[in-house]
Design a protein around this ligand. Structure first.
Ligand SMILES: NC(=O)c1ccc[n+]([C@@H]2O[C@H](COP(=O)([O-])OP(=O)(O)OC[C@H]3O[C@@H](n4cnc5c(N)ncnc54)[C@H](O)[C@@H]3O)[C@@H](O)[C@H]2O)c1
Ligand SMILES: [Zn+2]
Length: 349
Protein backbone atom coordinates (compact mmCIF):
# COMPACT_ATOMS: atom_id res chain seq x y z
CA UNK A 1 0.00 0.00 0.00
CA UNK A 2 1.54 3.32 -1.03
CA UNK A 3 0.47 6.91 -1.51
CA UNK A 4 1.89 9.65 -3.71
CA UNK A 5 0.76 13.24 -3.23
CA UNK A 6 0.60 15.33 -6.40
CA UNK A 7 0.01 19.07 -6.68
CA UNK A 8 -3.80 18.84 -6.49
CA UNK A 9 -4.62 15.15 -5.95
CA UNK A 10 -3.39 11.92 -4.41
CA UNK A 11 -2.43 8.66 -6.07
CA UNK A 12 -3.16 5.60 -3.93
CA UNK A 13 -1.58 2.27 -4.76
CA UNK A 14 -3.29 -0.92 -3.57
CA UNK A 15 -5.44 0.78 -0.96
CA UNK A 16 -9.03 -0.44 -1.26
CA UNK A 17 -10.27 1.53 1.75
CA UNK A 18 -9.11 4.79 0.21
CA UNK A 19 -11.73 4.55 -2.56
CA UNK A 20 -14.65 4.45 -0.14
CA UNK A 21 -13.07 7.13 2.05
CA UNK A 22 -12.74 9.40 -0.96
CA UNK A 23 -16.32 8.79 -2.06
CA UNK A 24 -17.73 9.27 1.44
CA UNK A 25 -16.08 12.71 1.67
CA UNK A 26 -17.58 13.84 -1.64
CA UNK A 27 -21.26 13.47 -0.73
CA UNK A 28 -22.07 12.71 -4.38
CA UNK A 29 -25.60 12.73 -5.79
CA UNK A 30 -24.81 9.62 -7.86
CA UNK A 31 -21.92 7.51 -9.05
CA UNK A 32 -21.26 6.34 -12.59
CA UNK A 33 -18.59 3.80 -13.50
CA UNK A 34 -17.32 3.76 -17.09
CA UNK A 35 -15.93 0.43 -18.30
CA UNK A 36 -15.28 -1.43 -21.53
CA UNK A 37 -16.19 -5.09 -22.06
CA UNK A 38 -12.81 -6.28 -20.73
CA UNK A 39 -12.70 -4.18 -17.59
CA UNK A 40 -16.37 -4.99 -17.05
CA UNK A 41 -15.43 -8.67 -16.97
CA UNK A 42 -12.10 -8.52 -15.14
CA UNK A 43 -12.10 -5.42 -12.95
CA UNK A 44 -15.66 -4.34 -12.23
CA UNK A 45 -16.53 -7.31 -9.96
CA UNK A 46 -13.86 -6.39 -7.42
CA UNK A 47 -14.86 -2.71 -7.42
CA UNK A 48 -18.57 -3.51 -7.29
CA UNK A 49 -18.01 -5.71 -4.26
CA UNK A 50 -16.10 -2.94 -2.57
CA UNK A 51 -18.26 0.15 -3.05
CA UNK A 52 -20.67 1.07 -0.26
CA UNK A 53 -22.82 3.28 -2.50
CA UNK A 54 -24.94 2.19 -5.41
CA UNK A 55 -23.79 3.11 -8.89
CA UNK A 56 -24.72 3.02 -12.57
CA UNK A 57 -22.51 1.49 -15.23
CA UNK A 58 -21.74 2.78 -18.70
CA UNK A 59 -20.05 0.20 -20.90
CA UNK A 60 -18.35 1.20 -24.12
CA UNK A 61 -16.59 -0.91 -26.72
CA UNK A 62 -12.86 -1.28 -26.07
CA UNK A 63 -10.11 0.00 -28.32
CA UNK A 64 -8.50 3.20 -29.56
CA UNK A 65 -10.89 3.18 -32.53
CA UNK A 66 -13.69 4.07 -30.11
CA UNK A 67 -11.85 6.93 -28.44
CA UNK A 68 -13.80 9.55 -30.35
CA UNK A 69 -16.54 12.15 -30.10
CA UNK A 70 -19.23 9.66 -31.18
CA UNK A 71 -18.52 7.56 -28.11
CA UNK A 72 -18.44 10.72 -25.96
CA UNK A 73 -21.88 11.65 -27.30
CA UNK A 74 -23.18 8.22 -26.29
CA UNK A 75 -21.72 8.61 -22.80
CA UNK A 76 -23.14 12.15 -22.37
CA UNK A 77 -26.57 10.88 -23.47
CA UNK A 78 -26.43 8.00 -21.01
CA UNK A 79 -25.37 10.38 -18.24
CA UNK A 80 -28.51 12.42 -18.97
CA UNK A 81 -30.63 9.23 -18.96
CA UNK A 82 -29.17 8.28 -15.58
CA UNK A 83 -30.01 11.73 -14.21
CA UNK A 84 -26.35 12.52 -13.50
CA UNK A 85 -25.59 16.10 -12.52
CA UNK A 86 -22.66 18.29 -11.54
CA UNK A 87 -22.58 16.63 -8.13
CA UNK A 88 -22.20 13.12 -9.53
CA UNK A 89 -18.91 11.25 -9.55
CA UNK A 90 -17.51 9.52 -12.61
CA UNK A 91 -15.20 6.54 -12.01
CA UNK A 92 -13.07 5.62 -15.01
CA UNK A 93 -12.25 1.94 -14.71
CA UNK A 94 -10.02 0.94 -17.58
CA UNK A 95 -6.89 1.60 -19.58
CA UNK A 96 -5.78 4.87 -21.11
CA UNK A 97 -8.70 4.95 -23.54
CA UNK A 98 -11.30 4.95 -20.75
CA UNK A 99 -9.20 7.28 -18.58
CA UNK A 100 -8.59 9.89 -21.28
CA UNK A 101 -12.13 9.78 -22.67
CA UNK A 102 -14.00 9.30 -19.39
CA UNK A 103 -12.07 12.17 -17.83
CA UNK A 104 -12.85 14.39 -20.83
CA UNK A 105 -16.54 13.50 -20.77
CA UNK A 106 -16.77 14.15 -17.02
CA UNK A 107 -14.87 17.44 -17.21
CA UNK A 108 -17.17 18.80 -19.87
CA UNK A 109 -20.54 17.41 -18.69
CA UNK A 110 -22.51 20.32 -17.17
CA UNK A 111 -19.21 22.23 -17.12
CA UNK A 112 -17.54 19.56 -15.09
CA UNK A 113 -18.29 16.83 -12.62
CA UNK A 114 -15.74 15.08 -10.39
CA UNK A 115 -13.94 12.07 -11.75
CA UNK A 116 -11.42 9.60 -10.41
CA UNK A 117 -9.11 7.33 -12.36
CA UNK A 118 -8.86 3.60 -11.66
CA UNK A 119 -6.30 2.61 -14.29
CA UNK A 120 -6.24 -1.09 -15.15
CA UNK A 121 -3.38 -1.42 -17.66
CA UNK A 122 0.31 -0.97 -16.94
CA UNK A 123 0.45 1.93 -19.39
CA UNK A 124 -2.42 3.75 -17.73
CA UNK A 125 -1.10 3.05 -14.21
CA UNK A 126 2.37 4.47 -14.81
CA UNK A 127 1.57 7.03 -17.48
CA UNK A 128 -1.92 7.94 -18.73
CA UNK A 129 -3.67 8.36 -15.37
CA UNK A 130 -1.05 10.81 -14.10
CA UNK A 131 -0.75 14.42 -15.23
CA UNK A 132 -4.29 15.34 -16.26
CA UNK A 133 -4.15 15.05 -20.05
CA UNK A 134 -7.65 14.12 -21.21
CA UNK A 135 -9.26 13.86 -24.60
CA UNK A 136 -10.16 11.92 -27.70
CA UNK A 137 -8.94 11.36 -31.24
CA UNK A 138 -10.50 13.42 -34.04
CA UNK A 139 -10.48 12.42 -37.71
CA UNK A 140 -6.99 11.03 -38.26
CA UNK A 141 -5.44 12.96 -35.38
CA UNK A 142 -4.65 11.33 -32.07
CA UNK A 143 -5.72 13.20 -28.93
CA UNK A 144 -6.56 16.31 -30.97
CA UNK A 145 -9.57 17.34 -28.88
CA UNK A 146 -8.99 17.57 -25.17
CA UNK A 147 -8.01 19.45 -22.07
CA UNK A 148 -5.62 19.23 -19.16
CA UNK A 149 -7.48 18.70 -15.91
CA UNK A 150 -6.36 16.69 -12.93
CA UNK A 151 -8.60 13.95 -11.53
CA UNK A 152 -9.95 14.08 -7.98
CA UNK A 153 -7.70 11.12 -7.20
CA UNK A 154 -6.07 8.10 -8.79
CA UNK A 155 -6.45 4.61 -7.33
CA UNK A 156 -4.06 2.04 -8.74
CA UNK A 157 -4.59 -1.66 -8.06
CA UNK A 158 -1.71 -3.69 -9.40
CA UNK A 159 -3.73 -6.93 -9.11
CA UNK A 160 -5.60 -5.78 -12.22
CA UNK A 161 -2.42 -6.49 -14.20
CA UNK A 162 -2.98 -10.23 -13.61
CA UNK A 163 -5.68 -10.41 -16.28
CA UNK A 164 -4.02 -7.99 -18.67
CA UNK A 165 -2.75 -9.81 -21.79
CA UNK A 166 1.03 -10.24 -21.69
CA UNK A 167 1.55 -8.21 -24.86
CA UNK A 168 -0.23 -5.26 -23.21
CA UNK A 169 2.00 -5.58 -20.14
CA UNK A 170 5.10 -5.66 -22.34
CA UNK A 171 3.87 -2.66 -24.31
CA UNK A 172 3.20 -0.59 -21.17
CA UNK A 173 6.61 -1.54 -19.85
CA UNK A 174 8.21 0.66 -22.54
CA UNK A 175 6.96 3.71 -20.61
CA UNK A 176 8.59 2.31 -17.46
CA UNK A 177 11.90 2.01 -19.32
CA UNK A 178 11.40 5.53 -20.69
CA UNK A 179 10.84 6.98 -17.23
CA UNK A 180 14.14 5.50 -16.05
CA UNK A 181 16.02 6.78 -19.08
CA UNK A 182 14.80 10.36 -18.71
CA UNK A 183 14.84 10.74 -14.93
CA UNK A 184 16.32 7.84 -12.94
CA UNK A 185 19.38 5.94 -14.16
CA UNK A 186 19.22 3.40 -11.30
CA UNK A 187 15.61 2.54 -12.18
CA UNK A 188 16.60 2.16 -15.83
CA UNK A 189 19.45 -0.28 -15.09
CA UNK A 190 17.17 -2.27 -12.75
CA UNK A 191 14.26 -2.45 -15.24
CA UNK A 192 16.28 -2.97 -18.42
CA UNK A 193 17.15 -6.52 -17.33
CA UNK A 194 13.55 -7.59 -16.82
CA UNK A 195 12.09 -9.80 -19.48
CA UNK A 196 9.78 -12.18 -17.66
CA UNK A 197 6.69 -10.37 -16.38
CA UNK A 198 5.05 -13.36 -14.73
CA UNK A 199 6.40 -12.87 -11.23
CA UNK A 200 6.91 -9.18 -10.61
CA UNK A 201 6.77 -6.92 -7.56
CA UNK A 202 4.50 -4.53 -9.43
CA UNK A 203 3.73 -2.32 -6.44
CA UNK A 204 7.29 -1.05 -6.10
CA UNK A 205 7.91 -0.79 -9.81
CA UNK A 206 4.66 1.08 -10.49
CA UNK A 207 5.32 3.36 -7.53
CA UNK A 208 8.82 4.28 -8.77
CA UNK A 209 7.57 4.91 -12.29
CA UNK A 210 4.59 7.02 -11.18
CA UNK A 211 6.92 9.07 -8.97
CA UNK A 212 8.95 9.98 -12.04
CA UNK A 213 5.96 10.98 -14.14
CA UNK A 214 4.41 12.89 -11.24
CA UNK A 215 7.60 14.83 -10.53
CA UNK A 216 7.66 16.02 -14.13
CA UNK A 217 3.96 16.84 -14.50
CA UNK A 218 3.81 18.59 -11.12
CA UNK A 219 6.64 20.87 -12.17
CA UNK A 220 5.28 21.60 -15.64
CA UNK A 221 1.58 20.67 -15.86
CA UNK A 222 0.94 22.65 -19.06
CA UNK A 223 3.92 21.24 -20.98
CA UNK A 224 5.64 24.59 -21.41
CA UNK A 225 9.07 22.98 -21.11
CA UNK A 226 10.19 20.15 -18.84
CA UNK A 227 7.11 17.95 -19.48
CA UNK A 228 8.38 17.52 -23.02
CA UNK A 229 11.06 15.13 -21.75
CA UNK A 230 8.24 12.56 -21.48
CA UNK A 231 8.18 12.55 -25.27
CA UNK A 232 11.53 10.78 -25.44
CA UNK A 233 11.27 7.96 -27.99
CA UNK A 234 7.87 9.21 -29.12
CA UNK A 235 8.76 11.45 -32.08
CA UNK A 236 10.22 8.62 -34.15
CA UNK A 237 8.16 6.07 -32.21
CA UNK A 238 4.80 7.62 -33.15
CA UNK A 239 5.85 7.82 -36.81
CA UNK A 240 6.83 4.13 -36.75
CA UNK A 241 3.55 3.29 -34.96
CA UNK A 242 1.50 5.19 -37.58
CA UNK A 243 3.39 3.56 -40.45
CA UNK A 244 2.51 0.10 -39.15
CA UNK A 245 -1.13 0.89 -38.35
CA UNK A 246 -3.64 -1.43 -39.98
CA UNK A 247 -0.94 -3.58 -41.51
CA UNK A 248 0.15 -7.15 -40.92
CA UNK A 249 3.18 -5.68 -39.17
CA UNK A 250 1.02 -3.90 -36.57
CA UNK A 251 3.06 -2.78 -33.56
CA UNK A 252 1.81 -2.11 -30.08
CA UNK A 253 2.42 1.46 -28.91
CA UNK A 254 5.20 0.32 -26.56
CA UNK A 255 6.94 -1.74 -29.24
CA UNK A 256 7.04 1.29 -31.56
CA UNK A 257 8.19 3.58 -28.77
CA UNK A 258 10.90 1.06 -27.85
CA UNK A 259 12.36 1.31 -31.37
CA UNK A 260 11.93 5.10 -31.19
CA UNK A 261 13.89 5.16 -27.92
CA UNK A 262 16.81 3.26 -29.45
CA UNK A 263 16.90 5.59 -32.46
CA UNK A 264 16.55 8.72 -30.32
CA UNK A 265 19.22 7.41 -27.93
CA UNK A 266 21.41 7.17 -31.00
CA UNK A 267 20.57 10.78 -31.89
CA UNK A 268 21.65 11.70 -28.34
CA UNK A 269 24.90 9.80 -28.92
CA UNK A 270 25.46 11.67 -32.18
CA UNK A 271 25.08 14.94 -30.28
CA UNK A 272 27.84 13.76 -27.93
CA UNK A 273 25.46 13.46 -24.97
CA UNK A 274 25.64 9.74 -24.21
CA UNK A 275 28.44 7.23 -24.76
CA UNK A 276 28.54 4.55 -27.43
CA UNK A 277 28.51 1.86 -24.73
CA UNK A 278 25.33 3.42 -23.31
CA UNK A 279 23.43 3.55 -26.59
CA UNK A 280 24.49 -0.06 -27.20
CA UNK A 281 23.17 -1.01 -23.77
CA UNK A 282 19.81 0.61 -24.55
CA UNK A 283 19.59 -1.19 -27.90
CA UNK A 284 20.50 -4.58 -26.41
CA UNK A 285 17.98 -4.17 -23.57
CA UNK A 286 15.18 -3.19 -25.94
CA UNK A 287 15.94 -6.09 -28.28
CA UNK A 288 15.95 -8.42 -25.29
CA UNK A 289 12.45 -7.28 -24.34
CA UNK A 290 10.83 -6.51 -27.70
CA UNK A 291 12.85 -8.37 -30.32
CA UNK A 292 14.63 -6.84 -33.29
CA UNK A 293 12.09 -5.85 -35.95
CA UNK A 294 14.06 -4.28 -38.76
CA UNK A 295 11.20 -4.44 -41.27
CA UNK A 296 8.96 -1.95 -39.45
CA UNK A 297 10.76 1.29 -40.24
CA UNK A 298 9.71 3.15 -43.39
CA UNK A 299 12.18 4.95 -45.65
CA UNK A 300 13.49 8.28 -44.40
CA UNK A 301 11.14 10.43 -46.52
CA UNK A 302 8.05 8.62 -45.21
CA UNK A 303 9.37 8.84 -41.67
CA UNK A 304 10.01 12.59 -41.97
CA UNK A 305 6.61 13.18 -43.52
CA UNK A 306 4.92 11.23 -40.70
CA UNK A 307 6.93 13.16 -38.09
CA UNK A 308 6.07 16.51 -39.62
CA UNK A 309 2.45 15.89 -38.53
CA UNK A 310 3.57 15.68 -34.89
CA UNK A 311 1.67 18.10 -32.61
CA UNK A 312 4.91 18.99 -30.85
CA UNK A 313 6.57 20.59 -33.87
CA UNK A 314 7.18 24.29 -33.83
CA UNK A 315 7.03 26.40 -36.99
CA UNK A 316 7.59 23.37 -39.22
CA UNK A 317 10.77 22.27 -37.42
CA UNK A 318 10.69 18.75 -35.98
CA UNK A 319 11.63 18.92 -32.32
CA UNK A 320 13.03 15.97 -30.40
CA UNK A 321 13.21 15.12 -26.73
CA UNK A 322 16.51 13.31 -26.30
CA UNK A 323 18.84 12.18 -23.53
CA UNK A 324 21.34 14.50 -21.92
CA UNK A 325 22.65 11.45 -20.05
CA UNK A 326 21.12 8.14 -19.03
CA UNK A 327 18.70 9.32 -16.34
CA UNK A 328 18.39 12.91 -17.65
CA UNK A 329 16.12 13.88 -20.52
CA UNK A 330 16.21 17.11 -22.52
CA UNK A 331 13.86 18.72 -25.07
CA UNK A 332 13.59 21.11 -28.05
CA UNK A 333 16.47 19.37 -29.81
CA UNK A 334 16.80 19.82 -33.56
CA UNK A 335 18.33 17.04 -35.60
CA UNK A 336 19.28 16.76 -39.27
CA UNK A 337 18.01 14.27 -41.85
CA UNK A 338 21.49 12.76 -41.96
CA UNK A 339 21.36 12.16 -38.20
CA UNK A 340 18.02 10.38 -38.59
CA UNK A 341 19.39 8.22 -41.39
CA UNK A 342 22.29 7.20 -39.16
CA UNK A 343 19.92 6.32 -36.34
CA UNK A 344 17.83 4.15 -38.71
CA UNK A 345 21.05 2.41 -39.76
CA UNK A 346 21.95 1.89 -36.10
CA UNK A 347 18.61 0.19 -35.33
CA UNK A 348 18.75 -1.96 -38.47
CA UNK A 349 22.35 -3.14 -37.92
N1 LIG B 1 -3.30 11.04 -20.78
C1 LIG B 1 -2.05 10.75 -20.96
O1 LIG B 1 -1.14 11.40 -20.44
C2 LIG B 1 -1.71 9.54 -21.78
C3 LIG B 1 -0.40 9.03 -21.77
C4 LIG B 1 -0.15 7.89 -22.51
C5 LIG B 1 -1.15 7.29 -23.25
N2 LIG B 1 -2.41 7.82 -23.25
C6 LIG B 1 -3.50 7.19 -24.00
O2 LIG B 1 -3.74 5.90 -23.46
C7 LIG B 1 -4.34 5.10 -24.47
C8 LIG B 1 -3.73 3.72 -24.43
O3 LIG B 1 -3.97 3.16 -23.16
P1 LIG B 1 -3.88 1.58 -22.90
O4 LIG B 1 -2.62 1.06 -23.44
O5 LIG B 1 -4.20 1.39 -21.48
O6 LIG B 1 -5.00 0.99 -23.87
P2 LIG B 1 -6.53 0.57 -23.67
O7 LIG B 1 -7.24 1.45 -22.75
O8 LIG B 1 -7.07 0.41 -25.05
O9 LIG B 1 -6.39 -0.88 -23.00
C9 LIG B 1 -5.77 -1.93 -23.71
C10 LIG B 1 -6.66 -3.18 -23.75
O10 LIG B 1 -6.61 -3.82 -22.48
C11 LIG B 1 -7.94 -4.09 -22.02
N3 LIG B 1 -7.85 -4.08 -20.57
C12 LIG B 1 -7.70 -3.02 -19.75
N4 LIG B 1 -7.49 -3.41 -18.49
C13 LIG B 1 -7.54 -4.75 -18.48
C14 LIG B 1 -7.35 -5.73 -17.47
N5 LIG B 1 -7.02 -5.38 -16.21
N6 LIG B 1 -7.46 -7.03 -17.81
C15 LIG B 1 -7.72 -7.39 -19.10
N7 LIG B 1 -7.86 -6.51 -20.11
C16 LIG B 1 -7.78 -5.21 -19.80
C17 LIG B 1 -8.77 -3.00 -22.64
O11 LIG B 1 -10.13 -3.37 -22.69
C18 LIG B 1 -8.13 -2.90 -24.02
O12 LIG B 1 -8.63 -3.92 -24.84
C19 LIG B 1 -4.14 5.82 -25.78
O13 LIG B 1 -5.38 6.33 -26.22
C20 LIG B 1 -3.19 6.96 -25.44
O14 LIG B 1 -3.42 8.11 -26.22
C21 LIG B 1 -2.70 8.92 -22.53
ZN1 LIG C 1 3.76 6.43 -24.89
Amino acid sequence: MKKISCSTYDIHINNWDAVNEYIAKGDYSSIIIIVDENTSEHCLPSIAGLLHQKFDIIEIDSGEINKDLDTCKGIWETLIDFGADRHSLCINLGGGVIGDMGGFVASTFMRGMDFIQLPTTLLSQVDASVGGKLGVDFNAYKNLIGIIKNPGAVFIFTDFLETLPEEQVRSGFAEVIKHGLIKDADAYYRDADINDFSDMDWEQLVYDSVMIKKSVTDEDPEERGLRKILNFGHTLGHAIESHNLDTATHLFHGEAIAIGMVMEAHLSFQKGKIKESEVNHIKDSIINIYGHHTDRIPDTDTLISLMSKDKKNKGGVIMFSLLEKIGIGNFNQEVSIEDIELSIGFWNA
